[in-house]
Design a protein around this ligand. Sequence first.
Ligand code: CP
Ligand code: NVA
Length: 301
Amino acid sequence: MKRDILSVADMQNDLEDIIDLSIKLKKDRTIKFSEKKILGMIFEKPSTRTRISLEAAMEQLNGHAIYLSPKDMHLGDGETIADTARVMSRFLDVISYRAFDYKNVRELAKYSTVPVLNALDNREHPMQIVADFMTIMEKKHRLEGLKMAYIGDGNNMANSLLIGAAITGMDISVACPEHHDPDQDLLYRARDIALKTGSRIEIVRDPRTAVDSSDIVYTDVWVSMGEESEREKKEKAFKNFQVNEDLVDFADRNYIFMHCLPARRGLEVTDGVIDGIHSVVFDEAENRLYSEKGVIYTVLS
Ligand code: CP
Ligand code: NVA
């Protein structure tokens, strides 16, 4: 049976195995597929990290990646997602999809006979989570029992971090303004998983409460791709949610600062924090390469 990764919850039973494999693939760059594998990557939105790391990962693994924009495919002029999936499955070994609407990623996976990887949608960003938790494992040598503070918008990153934390037994405190909470269904899902792992999950309104004694301080943009028309309104709503030098003073003295990037410097994070000694954002970005190798290797084996 093929294995899709559409949500972090699709790695509930083996997220830590995938992280271990990714760390192994980082140490040993000679590990490759015995026969060439082809990835087709549909991107409805821009990408620096995801596109480049997926292409590089496939090249290093003795594979190849094809970049596809809906503008250049019949998907963009009316061919159904179902037919697109059926056809792509005849050519490819694995498909990644960055979409505006998570329902379209699910539709593609439903009709594809090869694995589908969610390369970010409006609800989740599961591939980023593998890189993030791999980075935490490298820096802190454990996941269970740590405390993460997520400050800002209850967006796709917040949703996926909640599920990742629940799976790994990490505590997570999300600070966001009212009306910008994480997705309710995914929050319930995270809480349900947390019942088994003991992870403590809270949503708070004061960033200082979230950051208090935290091992990891995480933020993301206030305005996600596709929400540009809400910029003015959101920047007002989030003005007290900036990760700055005063806020990180509340964190554990050995805290790490993380951001999936791209960052809007001066808005959700100051230069002082993102360029400071606690920041691991570029190691985190580098790990996209190895974690993607780990994910692709897992779904193709
Ligand atoms: N973090 C991330 O997914 O970055 P890109 O949008 O550049 O792919
Ligand atoms: N929340 C951001 C993440 C970018 C990697 C967005 O969806 O634009």
